[in-house]
Design a protein around this ligand. Structure first.
Ligand code: HEM
Ligand SMILES: N[C@@H](CC(=O)c1ccccc1NC=O)C(=O)O
Length: 276
């Protein structure tokens, strides 16, 4: 095996690293981006990919907190967590700008080196999708290898999602939602429910009466909107870089991503707009 290049911030001697470096392990962090080609664009690609992984985790941390707070009927606190999640999501969307600074020939110059590696294999992205409630069998199939390998991911698949907790909360607030909707098998895909759409309709028709639920509805909509915005921008970046070439992860590329783009988190919050 080829030795990885050493850390770009080499230290002279073994003692006396500043606390900034020792506390946050900044030296180890900078050892992780190891291009395999001479292309300076590959280093940027790796840096931004690492940043995005970390940001997926930063979103997940907030979603996990919101889920726990909803379980305890702490709606205001859950909304604060979601609004922190949204700020990180905006960073994720804006980060695409750095990818489009690369021309297709510059990307193709090192793309072969990526082999079969693909964003579809990102366990952090998948854990976030599961936490929010996308348990579509196609999505699950994309990471079936990872599910066997990473117990955390398997747990994420079989734990009730944020939206499952929202629905239980609506029931506690008096919404008429059938039991099989709010006590569903947590690993199964979610099917939109007319009763849930009606519950959101009531919230939007009388926002003053349903104040906490209304704030929650709008924050959930923003989380869903930012997620779809990320996917849509990814799709545009892919079209710009690859046209309709197949992806390294074994999918058809653009067409596959287009079908993934149709998914919406918290679907009744989108369809209820028509009824208002
Ligand atoms: C030049 C830049 C990029 C190109 C051309 C590209 C291309 C693709 C393609 C073609 C797919 C479809 C799956 C497959 O590989 O067969 C895909 C999926 C994916 N990519 Fe990218 N990608 C790029 C950058 C990124 C970055 C920076 C991230 C974030 C770290 C990312 C995350 C993902 C994720 C999470 C999926 C799975 C989407 C889902 O399941 O909904 N991609 N990408
Ligand atoms: N699926 C992309 C490759 C890709 O996105 C990728 C490959 C290796 C490591 C990270 C990647 N993307 C996201 O982090 C492609 O088909 O070119």
């Amino acid at each position: 095996m080829e030795q990885p290049p050493s850390c770009p911030v080499q230290q002279n001697g073994s003692e006396g690293a500043p606390p900034y470096v020792t506390y946050a392990h900044m030296d180890r962090l900078h050892e992780l981006q190891q291009p395999r080609s001479d292309s300076p664009r590959e280093l940027t690609f790796l840096l931004i990919s690492h940043v995005k992984e970390l940001l997926f985790r930063a979103v997940l941390v907030e979603v996990d907190q919101a889920r726990e707070q909803l379980r305890q009927t702490q709606v205001d606190q859950a909304c604060d967590s979601l609004s922190r999640a949204v700020r990180v999501q905006r960073l994720l969307v804006n980060a695409w700008d750095t990818m489009t600074a690369m021309s297709p020939d510059e990307f193709l110059a090192f793309r072969d080196i990526l082999g079969e590696a693909s964003g579809t294999q990102s366990f952090m992205y998948r854990a976030l999708e599961f936490a929010l409630g996308n348990k579509d069998p196609r999505t699950v199939a994309q990471c079936s290898r990872s599910i066997g390998l990473y117990p955390e991911l398997e747990r994420a698949l079989y734990t009730p999602s944020l939206y499952d907790e929202v629905l239980s909360l609506l029931v506690r607030m008096g919404a008429a939602i059938p039991r099989d909707v709010y006590e569903r098998e947590p690993g199964a895909p979610y099917s939109p429910s007319p009763a849930v759409e009606q519950a959101w309709l009531a919230v939007y028709q009388e926002p003053a009466r349903w104040r906490p639920a209304h704030r929650l509805a709008e924050l959930l909509t923003e989380v869903s909107y930012q997620f779809s915005h990320w996917r849509a921008t990814h799709l545009l970046v892919v079209e710009r870089m690859l046209g309709s070439k197949p992806g390294t992860g074994g999918t058809a590329g653009l067409d596959w991503l287009r079908s993934v783009n149709e998914h919406r988190f918290f679907p009744e919050l989108w369809t209820v707009r028509t009824l208002l």
